[in-house]
Write a protein that binds this ligand. Structure first.
Ligand code: ATP
Ligand code: MG
Length: 429
């Protein structure tokens, strides 16, 4: 027998019964970003491979081992986007959104990285992010962080903490780099293979290692904050001052460098204690050099990316999604006449009550079958049109669950249905 087709390893289906928590998270994100005056930018999920190579940096996990790259039929090398920032910058430059302007934008969508799948880490996953362009001052770093803080509040998260750091200017990082190379070279035998390879290419990345055996070596390394330039120091101080004013708690973590090369000055991560090793739910910072690096003009930029799969795990585990998409009513129709009456009634209800979730029986079936379907649909009530009801111009309402506004089955005139249902919706939801 032919082997059943399966999804690609690490790429998940989100099933109809799981999508409610996703919608809760995404709807909240969209409303939140819009409420700060940000606008959505949608870019293709496939970009030229070159774009990511030139922006993310050679000695990074993404470029070294995680990209889904392929040749298309023209022989061009394309890549499924591993993150959202590079595409935003590309689109911003291509459409002249960045030059001499401020921009505040957001995105939501799928990303792809070839990683070892585990809880909170997938090969196909979703990120939401914001990006700001044209604002060099720390007020925008603070705003970006505040938007994330508000997101956790709206979702009802507890146990999320903020870590911040400053990577300084390019020059400051350059001199710190030399110091780091010297330090790690002196302990060469303690470096794992990845770190040995990165020693001269990108020594800061060694600080971001996930290898527990290197913890001590990394924690004794020289401190980045001691090498900050004066301007970056002030920028960092002003950011902290603003966070204090907004009542946003943070820890300064001088080992925080982020896994992508384009960052300078502010970097930050929001981390939860409730997801084990995959605890970072949001990561971002300033990337003033990227636009120029990709061929545009010098443009200050700051943003973050949020791992929505990890948010969804938290929402699920902590029971934070109070909404559901189950139907309020299931319309049972016994016989052709009832179906014709039913279709008219159902459409009229939908015309007048836009928030109504009404599932109409399809494919006929006996009363018993239809009521069973009603129950399986998890609707709260059945609306029943049988032969009697059609003859008498009535409709029967049958509660399918406990604790509803209507606890007894009852029949009303079809002409009263609209008003009746509006009242029920008000009482129950
Ligand atoms: P990690 O250290 O966990 O690999 P990262 O530094 O590679 O994270 P970023 O590139 O900063 O992650 O992406 C921002 C956020 O996107 C992460 O904090 C995380 O929440 C989420 N994320 C990244 N990779 C994955 C993945 N493979 N599956 C699910 N979520 C992911
Ligand atoms: Mg990673």
């Amino acid at each position: 027998m032919a082997k059943n087709l399966q999804s690609v390893r690490g790429m998940r289906d989100i099933l109809p019964d799981q999508s409610s928590s996703w919608q809760f998270i995404e709807d909240t994100a969209r409303k939140l970003f819009n409420s700060y005056g940000y606008k959505e930018l949608r870019t293709p999920i496939i970009e030229p491979t070159e774009l990511f190579k030139r922006s993310i940096g050679d000695a990074t996990d993404i470029i070294e081992k995680e990209m889904y790259s392929f040749e298309d039929r023209n022989g061009d090398s394309l890549t499924l986007r591993p993150e959202g920032t590079a595409g935003c910058v590309r689109a911003g430059m291509q459409h002249g959104l960045l030059h001499n302007k401020q921009q505040r934008i957001w995105y939501i969508g799928p990303m792809f990285r070839h990683e070892r799948p585990q809880k909170g880490r997938y090969r196909g996953f979703y990120q939401a992010g914001i990006e700001t362009y044209g604002i060099a001052t720390p007020d925008i770093d603070a705003e970006v962080i505040a938007i994330a803080a508000r997101f956790w509040k709206l979702l009802g998260f507890k146990n999320v903490h903020l870590e911040i750091n400053s990577l300084g200017s390019n020059e400051a990082r350059q001199s710190y780099r030399e110091v780091l190379i010297e330090y790690f070279s002196a302990h060469h035998d303690q470096l794992d293979e990845d770190s040995q390879r990165r020693l001269h290419k990108n020594p800061l990345r060694i600080l971001d290692t996930k290898n527990p055996k290197m913890k001590e070596l990394v924690s004794n390394a020289p401190d980045l904050l001691d090498y900050l330039d004066e301007e970056s120091k002030n920028h960092f101080e002003e950011l902290k001052q603003r966070l204090d004013k907004m009542g946003i708690a943070y820890q300064v973590n001088s080992r925080l460098v982020r896994g992508i090369d384009y960052y300078n000055r502010t970097v930050f991560e929001w981390i939860t204690d409730d997801l084990g090793a995959q605890g970072t739910i949001c990561a971002g910072g300033r990337y003033d050099g990227l636009v120029k690096q990709l061929g545009g003009r010098e443009t200050p930029a700051c943003g973050f990316g949020i791992g929505l799969d990890r948010l969804q795990l938290l929402v699920e585990e902590q029971g934070l999604d109070q909404s559901n998409n189950n139907p309020h009513f299931y319309l049972v129709m016994a016989g052709k006449d009832a179906e014709l009456t039913g279709v008219t009634l159902a459409e009229s209800l939908r015309n007048t009550i836009p928030s109504l979730r009404l599932l109409s029986n399809g494919g006929a079936g006996s009363f018993k079958t239809q009521l069973k379907r009603a129950d399986n649909s998890r609707a709260d009530y059945a609306l029943i049109l049988g032969e009697n009801e059609v003859d008498e111009g009535n409709i029967t309402i049958k509660p399918l669950r406990n604790k509803l506004a209507i606890s007894e089955q009852q029949s009303i005139s079809q002409t009263e249905l609209n008003e009746f249902i509006s009242t029920v919706l008000d009482l129950d939801y």
